[in-house]
Design a protein around this ligand. Structure first.
Ligand code: ADP
Length: 456
């Protein structure tokens, strides 16, 4: 078996104790299976040329982390990655910012990654690059003479041509992606958008007889590889967490009320202000639901210091205060808003206690929370998933979840109400069908499909 070398912007070495996001969860599960290297930024900045990668070995995984120069970091990460590419790839042109100097820093950081990674590679390695921070990495590795198979997986959505071309010099993204052997997206729609962009830009994009795509002078594989979760682990954690003091306290505190839960990074793509408005709409239109429901929103801060993120944090605090001020009773608070990350184990326990999972991003590549919520349910008395049709997860779970448009406050409110009234047999049937989908395409299947494609 070839060694797997996974590269992502941020590496979460075990000693760091950071809460793992969707990408980290996926990469770790992939590496545990085959062993290999996880290479990327370790979370520190430096002055001048960064030193050689720091290595930390745990089991069959070597965590290799580099520093990024202070001068480049802010322009690369907060600037081009999160101020330009993230909004672009989530179709949010209103908050897209562009600065050529930030683009140059983005290129420099990708060159740095290629320079530091190159000496660590072996001839039979398979290289798997993750996400929008590192789109140009294959191009830089190819320039340095790397001929090993290199795959790229985009965890976020890929837009159509009319959106993509908003970005000055957008063609560089398409040219860089053409340097991979496998380009993977979350959904078929993302693949179609990418191929359409190649065609519109005159860079190829046609499929040939065996399904490969021509892009510039190369033949590459372009496919959907919807990321999954470790279903077994989620089930186990949920079952174990239910007995914990914290989950028991929550349960006791709810009395007969039903728990509606939302868990997200505090990101404007997650549709949190819209979700709060939908819950307010529910309370305003259906007074009978008062005291019957408690909405627990856990939102861990990310990218603090980026203006759009600071603004949304402020907006949510105001919104939660406003809704509670409007509807709360001395013995009932409709919204409980927690502005920090909590352990995965506790999350799974809270999911299991919840009657409704509210997953309503206004755009999302996949959304693993939707899958975790389903996996954490008690099959004998499962909760209902209310899911945005604009999340990648809707392509897999759309038939059994209650699909909503996250902008439609009345529609979301009605779906919550429908979920509270759903008979047990229907909840069980929907849950069983969703769990089957999750098991058939869990994190191991996802990893295997991608790595097999890379080796083919
Ligand atoms: P994204 O990768 O955009 O953050 P996903 O839903 O795909 O979104 O993945 C998020 C991951 O991070 C999930 O595994 C989820 O359990 C975890 N997570 C999200 N919010 C929190 C939080 N507030 N506390 C702890 N873990 C969280």
């Amino acid at each position: 078996m070839s060694r797997l070398v996974a590269i992502s912007n941020r590496v979460a070495p075990p000693s760091g104790g950071k809460t793992a996001g969707g990408l980290a969860v996926g990469i770790l599960a992939a590496l545990r299976q085959s062993g290999g290297i996880w290479f990327g930024w370790g979370g520190k900045t430096c002055h001048g040329e960064p030193s050689e990668p720091r290595l930390e070995r745990r089991g069959n995984i070597t965590f290799a982390t580099v520093d990024i120069s202070k001068a480049d970091f802010d322009s690369y990460y907060n600037g081009y990655c999160n101020g330009t590419l993230w909004p672009l790839l989530h179709f949010m042109l209103g908050i897209l910012r562009y600065d050529q100097a930030q683009h140059e820093a983005y290129q420099r950081v990708n060159q740095l990654f290629a320079r530091k990674l190159r000496p660590m590679l072996r001839p039979d390695d398979h290289i798997w690059v993750h996400d929008y921070h590192l789109i140009p990495l294959a191009q830089e590795l190819r320039r340095a003479g790397v001929t090993q198979p290199i795959g790229f997986f985009l965890h976020v959505p890929f837009p159509g041509y009319d959106v993509l071309r908003t970005l000055p010099g957008y063609e560089h993204l398409l040219r860089a992606l053409a340097q991979y052997d496998v380009v993977g997206f979350q959904t078929r729609q993302d693949c179609e958008n990418f191929l359409g962009c190649l065609r519109s830009a005159g860079l190829g994009g046609e499929r040939d007889g065996d399904g490969r795509v021509t892009a510039l002078d190369r033949r590459i594989r372009v496919d959907a590889f919807p990321i999954g979760i470790d279903v077994g682990e989620a089930v186990q954690q949920a079952e174990a967490a239910i007995a914990s003091a914290s989950v028991q306290r929550l349960r006791h505190d709810l009395v007969e009320r039903e728990l509606v839960i939302g868990v997200d990074r505090l990101d404007y793509s997650k549709g949190l202000p819209e979700r709060f408005r939908a819950f307010e709409t529910l309370l305003a239109r259906h007074p009978a639901s008062h005291r019957q429901l408690v909405f627990l929103q856990i939102a861990s801060p990310t990218r603090t210091g980026v203006r759009a993120y600071d603004e949304i944090r402020h907006e949510l605090e105001q919104s939660a205060g406003h809704i509670n001020g409007r509807f709360a009773e001395p013995d009932w608070t409709p919204i409980r808003y927690i502005n920090r990350g909590i352990s995965r184990k506790m999350l799974m326990g809270y999911f299991r206690v919840a009657r409704i999972g509210l997953v309503t991003p206004i755009r999302d590549g996949m959304n693993l929370v939707a899958k975790e919520f389903v996996a954490a349910q008690d099959p004998a008395d499962p909760g209902v998933l209310v899911l945005s049709e604009l999340a990648g997860a809707a392509a897999e779970l759309g038939e059994q979840a209650l699909l909503v448009n996250p902008y439609d406050a009345v529609g979301v409110a009605d779906a919550i109400l429908k979920a509270t009234e759903m008979p047990l047999a229907e909840r069980q049937a929907r849950h069983a069908a969703m769990l089957e989908v999750l098991r058939a395409n869990d994190i191991h299947a996802w990893r295997k499909r991608f790595v097999d494609a890379l080796g083919a």
